[in-house]
Design a protein around this ligand. Structure first.
Ligand SMILES: NC(=O)c1ccc[n+]([C@@H]2O[C@H](COP(=O)([O-])OP(=O)(O)OC[C@H]3O[C@@H](n4cnc5c(N)ncnc54)[C@H](O)[C@@H]3O)[C@@H](O)[C@H]2O)c1
Length: 327
């Protein structure tokens, strides 16, 4: 049984492809390289440079490789960009996904592991956030994922195509081979590390007047290898007949932007100056996960829960790839 990974040339996708290969899975990757890197995909893996809405290519891949399961990473990922260009986000993250699912369903694909996000919750009413927390997304990115989850529910009800929607909190860190190289980069840890790498004079911190202990946003950082491991487990769960689920993935601990800067300074032994800028639209103050359900249903436990270990792994990768995959 083979697995199609869309967005497998991206950050989390490329690490997950490596984890699937290590687990003995047979994998094919589809990515349009709008934000991914061909070099991030293991050369042993069949790679298709294509858009998720290209039904002919999708049907061909399913037939050629005997695909029965899908891991769907392909999407646009920036909260602030989604506020500026919501239709682009709804088109890519929702419209194209609907088209893709109709092709894959008719070709006999049985299950989906879907990249969802903490952004489906909006401003927390309590923390840690569990999966029953009310969902009031604050931005088009979160809303596109919220709608996509609803689509998956109806697809399961009508066609029996089951899914696990994994709601990641802040993906971070790197493996020895694969790291974070978004274009443009919008995530805090790689941006902070660009200062000691000499690629940025200072970091921008968006807002220091949030209702948090130091006024900066608090997030739950989860190592990308731990996310990858959860995908391997979710595919096995679905293959064994497990019912559709929505599952949070985080460490259950929150760190403020200022705390991340301090930890990055410690790991890199360098000063990371920052300037406070206005808040970004659509950013909740605090996002911290309860991952009890992941532990219970998938038997998943994070192997790299310590913040400094996460930042150190990212630092090691960025030191060897100062310009991302282009070096
Ligand atoms: N990075 C995080 O902290 C985070 C947190 C929560 C959820 N997620 C979700 O995880 C997934 C992966 O995130 P990432 O950080 O690896 O992002 P990424 O941008 O590195 O990877 C996404 C990949 O999808 C590809 N892609 C986008 N649209 C496509 C399309 N229409 N057809 C084919 N390929 C397409 C891009 O080229 C890219 O390689 C996304 O769905 C994102 O919403 C990420």
């Amino acid at each position: 049984m083979s697995v199609l990974v869309t967005g497998g040339a991206g950050y989390i996708g490329s690490v997950t492809v490596d984890a699937l290969l290590a687990a003995g899975e047979s994998v094919a990757v589809l990515d349009d390289l709008s934000n991914g890197h061909r070099e991030a995909v293991d050369p042993r893996v069949p790679f298709y440079e294509s858009d998720t809405e290209d039904g002919e290519t999708l049907a061909g891949i399913v037939k050629r490789h005997g695909i029965k399961q899908l891991v769907h990473f392909a999407s646009f990922i920036s909260v602030s960009e989604s506020v500026q260009t919501p239709l682009r986000y709804f088109d890519n993250n929702l419209g194209k996904m609907v088209k893709m699912l109709s092709v894959l369903q008719s070709c006999g694909v049985e299950n989906v592991v879907f990249s969802s996000t903490a952004a489906v919750y909006g401003e927390p009413e309590y923390v840690p956030i569990d999966e029953d927390h009310p969902q009031k997304p604050l931005n088009p990115y979160g809303l596109s994922k919220y709608f996509a989850e609803q689509v998956l529910d109806w697809v399961d009800a009508a066609y029996g195509m089951s899914h696990v929607a994994l709601r990641y909190f802040n993906a971070s860190g790197a493996t020895a081979a694969k790291g974070e190289a978004h274009r443009p980069e919008s995530h805090l840890i790689p941006l902070a590390l660009q200062v000691p790498l000499g690629k940025r004079a200072r970091l921008a911190v968006y807002g220091d007047d949030y209702p948090t202990p130091d006024g900066t946003c608090v997030r739950d950082y989860i190592h990308v290898a731990d996310l990858a491991d959860a995908h391997v487990k979710a595919l096995a769960y679905l293959r064994e007949g497990g019912a559709s689920q929505k599952i949070n993935l985080g460490n259950g601990k929150g760190f403020s932007v200022r705390e991340i800067v301090t930890a990055a300074e410690k790991v890199t032994a360098a000063a990371i100056p920052f300037r406070v800028e206005p808040r970004r639209e659509g950013d909740p103050a605090i996002l911290i996960a309860s991952s009890e359900k992941a532990r219970k249903i998938l038997g998943w436990t994070p192997r790299y829960p310590e913040l400094e270990d996460i930042i150190r792994s990212a630092w090691e990768w960025h030191k060897t790839h100062p310009s991302g995959y282009s070096t």
